[in-house]
Design a protein around this ligand. Structure first.
Ligand code: SAH
Ligand code: SF4
Ligand code: F3S
Length: 471
């Protein structure tokens, strides 16, 4: 048994990471033929992509995926720790699984992985009150899944295998991609920024870049397989290369990925601190790098930004924002904002509103501060009442939503390129995303998923656009 350890998870060393090739031990292949599994994923794109690796590993063991957890032989929850409600959702699901195991399926195998598995508090609770959970594994030992699942099933004992120190980089993990036209590609794991509110540096470990050759090989294979879009993933992609190369960063990588001729390249998430001029220049110059930047500001008050440990001021952010807007034609910029951080005053919040008015973001994910286990911000005295936090969130949402609509309205009458992703919920329209990452529902005929089509925008809504294919 390996339990998570907060002190170890905090450590950062100058260690150079080796690359190791994944290989599944033959004894696990098709060991569980005719068994079914259900996988539920919470959290960010990194977790979604991990789930694509998890699915591929489980399926190589013989399991078949099903969509209804009540009929499954095994259920795995790939969890997220970022805010309390992500926690609550996973624990709620564990409650339903407990009931299922007690009433209908006493042989049900239940596993939990992802960021919550890296938290001491969560694992202690599972050891004490959730004995029906068969196995827990963490973000650093995903590749051990075949062994952990097999052990848990054969030993019938609760198996907890969570490493708090990241190991080497694992290449060539099998992957069962969700879609066959757009794909996630990890470029950097972990985070060394330690923003004071954030749990990610503890759950995902040190910043580790993948070798550029491995990334380019993966993208080239995707091109060969007909993929139209890649999203380069990392908690802070702008730090790409810092731990590996002297003079090769995200700007250079974007340029090299652009040369693979994949039609669309996206990347996320960008921390304003490491956003280089080289990156801006490459996004502006390369046609297949999408003019869409996610640039979390978190707060418009420099005082709160300092308490958050974000390493930039409101002025630094706005300078970068303006440079991006001026250099990249038609760029869309989205953001993340936290309200109700401990000690945030009405004046601090007003500055956030002012910045939101100034930036007129194309999209914004807004959150109420949530105290996370063992983070510095959780130890700050929080004198902002929950009512005030909720009220601030509402006021902020009103402002940001107004600009989503206003920006969308500017597109009415224009023609934009859309990557067709499927039929919309109403079934009579296609849907897809513009180069600037806006959702469009549109009419048309004889097109297929993965086509990039010209769409004339006919109507603007707050969170989407309507249009018709231009013939
Ligand atoms: N690496 C990204 C953020 C990943 S987490 C970055 O630095 O920009 C996604 C978003 O969740 C963050 O941008 C932040 O707005 C929000 N978030 C993170 N921790 C939070 C917390 N403790 N409470 C509320 N929101 C949080
Ligand atoms: Fe969290 Fe900050 Fe790292 Fe983003 S940069 S993952 S907010 S610590
Ligand atoms: Fe959540 Fe972990 Fe992603 S905490 S947001 S799943 S890195």
């Amino acid at each position: 048994m390996n339990l998570p350890n907060y002190k170890q998870a905090m450590l950062r060393t100058k260690k150079k990471y080796q690359t190791i090739n994944y290989e599944i031990d033959k004894k696990y292949i098709n060991k569980f033929k005719n068994k079914t599994y259900f996988l539920k994923t919470y959290g960010c794109q990194m977790n979604e992509h991990d789930s694509e690796n998890i699915s591929a590993m489980i399926e190589s063991m013989g399991f078949r995926k099903i969509d209804c957890y009540e009929d499954a032989d095994m259920v795995i929850l790939n969890t997220c720790s970022i805010r309390e409600n992500a926690h609550n959702k996973a624990f709620g699901m564990l409650g339903r699984l407990k009931h299922l195991k007690q009433t209908k399926n006493s042989d049900l195998i239940i596993g939990l992985c992802g960021c919550m598995a890296q938290e001491t508090g969560v694992v202690n609770q599972i050891l004490k009150d959730y004995k029906f959970v068969n196995f827990v594994f963490g973000t650093h030992n995903l590749y051990q899944l075949p062994q952990i699942v097999t052990e848990a099933i054969s030993s019938k004992k609760q198996t907890i295998e969570v490493f708090s120190k990241e190991g080497d980089l694992i290449e060539n993990m099998p992957v069962k991609r969700d879609k066959n036209y757009k794909a996630y590609v990890n470029i950097i794991y972990g985070c060394d920024k330690f923003c004071t509110y954030c749990i990610v540096p503890y759950t995902r470990g040190s910043q580790r870049s993948r070798k550029k050759e491995d990334i380019l090989k993966e993208v080239n294979e995707l091109v060969k397989d007909g993929y139209k879009e890649v999203t380069l993933l990392g908690q802070n992609v702008n730090a790409y290369g810092k731990d590996l190369y002297e003079d090769y960063g995200l700007g250079e990588l974007l340029e090299d990925v652009s040369k693979t001729n994949i039609p669309r390249i996206r990347f996320m998430t960008s921390h304003p601190w490491d956003f280089s001029d080289k990156m801006i220049e490459k996004i502006a110059a390369c046609k297949n790098i999408m003019p869409s930047v996610h640039l979390p500001i978190q707060s418009g008050s420099s005082r709160i930004l300092k308490l958050m440990g974000r390493r930039y001021t409101k002025e630094n952010y706005l300078e970068l924002f303006n440079k991006i807007k001026e250099t990249i034609p038609n760029v869309s910029i989205s953001t993340d904002i936290i309200v109700g951080f401990p000690q945030e005053t009405e004046e601090d919040f007003q500055q956030t509103l002012e910045v939101a008015e100034y930036c007129k973001f194309d999209n914004a994910f807004t959150f109420i501060f949530s105290a996370r286990e063992n983070t510095p911000a959780a130890r700050l005295k929080d004198d902002v009442s929950i009512e005030t936090k909720e009220e601030r969130l509402q006021r902020l949402n009103q402002v940001v939503n107004h600009y989503f609509l206003e920006n969308n309205q500017k597109l009415v009458g224009t023609t934009v390129k859309v990557l067709l992703e499927g039929m919309s919920e109403k079934k009579d329209m296609y849907f897809g995303y513009t180069e600037t990452n806006k959702l469009v529902n549109f009419t048309g005929k004889n097109k297929k998923i993965g086509d990039i089509v010209d769409v004339e925008i006919t109507e603007a809504k707050t969170w989407s656009l309507d249009g018709k294919i231009k013939s």
